[in-house]
Design a protein around this ligand. Sequence first.
Ligand code: MTE
Length: 327
Amino acid sequence: MAFVHLPKPWQSLERDITPESAFFNRRRFLKSLVGVGIAGATLPLLGCQKAVPTAEELANTEDLEATQNAVFADPGRPITNEILAATYNNFYEYGSSKNIWKKAQSLQTDDWKVEVSGLVKNPATYDLDDLRKKFTLEERIYRFRCVEAWAMVVPWLGFPMNALLRAVEPTSNAKFVRFTSYFDPRITKGPSFPPGQFLPFPYTEGLRIEEMANDLAFFAVGIYGHTLPNQHGAPMRMVVPWKYGFKGAKSLVKIEFLATQPATFWNALSPNEYKFEANVEPDVPHIRWSQEKERLIGPGNQFAWQEVPTQIYNGYGEFVGGLYGKG
Ligand code: MTE
């Protein structure tokens, strides 16, 4: 396999920073801000002009009803500004920069289906209506930590992965789960690397079945009170907040229950940098940078990068420590 040299966070950070943006949080702030003229302004960026998306451009979503889960209502940090979160993304199917939100709009999510198969008693193919009817949606505000050492706080809407486990009933041979993202090279064109270099699409991720059964493991179908915009992984993605963000595969089309550990996208590309387990651990440095601190997107509506200490398991040790003999 050819090794691909991807831009690393510290190389791309400065280039990708959007210095100022507008609040866009439908449930909490939108009504007060749309129409006041800040959305759509262009702002200086390292000598260039960078367009800030308008609320309308980012509003290609529908409102979703969900009850707030009180256990995950207080993340201990302010929720990240919605426009900042929606314009600073990792989604290599649309390119290797953080600024892929516009390219991701080419994905069509009508008639979406998610196939659940492998070592389960009740294999099923769900469309989005099935998912919303079968699983009660809740809102959970989770801290989110990328392996690149940036972090945010996001109100996800969705349902716990263990609700799906109860529906499909894995057999006793099922030990791992592979999650596969949508891939169609006509739409998810990937980054424009030199010929000969390639990425192992489709993007896949994996969990041990006990990890999937943990109360924290979540499927998100929404964010900030509405359906997921494409750049966040519409229409359904994984959220495993005690692990680095790359474990959260976006735009899921397949979930397979397996007897053995599956190969996964980043781990296949660079196993020393991106472990299968990938728990947030401040004392375990990435091979090229420390993980002791993280940089919060924000505060407010600015990319000012507040630095804070990284917490073991991203602060979720009371929920997941037991999985790793540290409970
Ligand atoms: N899922 C797919 N299919 N493709 C990707 O490139 N990037 C991962 C993860 N899920 C990625 C993906 C990484 S590295 C991170 S940090 C998060 O998505 C970013 O999620 P966000 O853009 O919604 O903040």
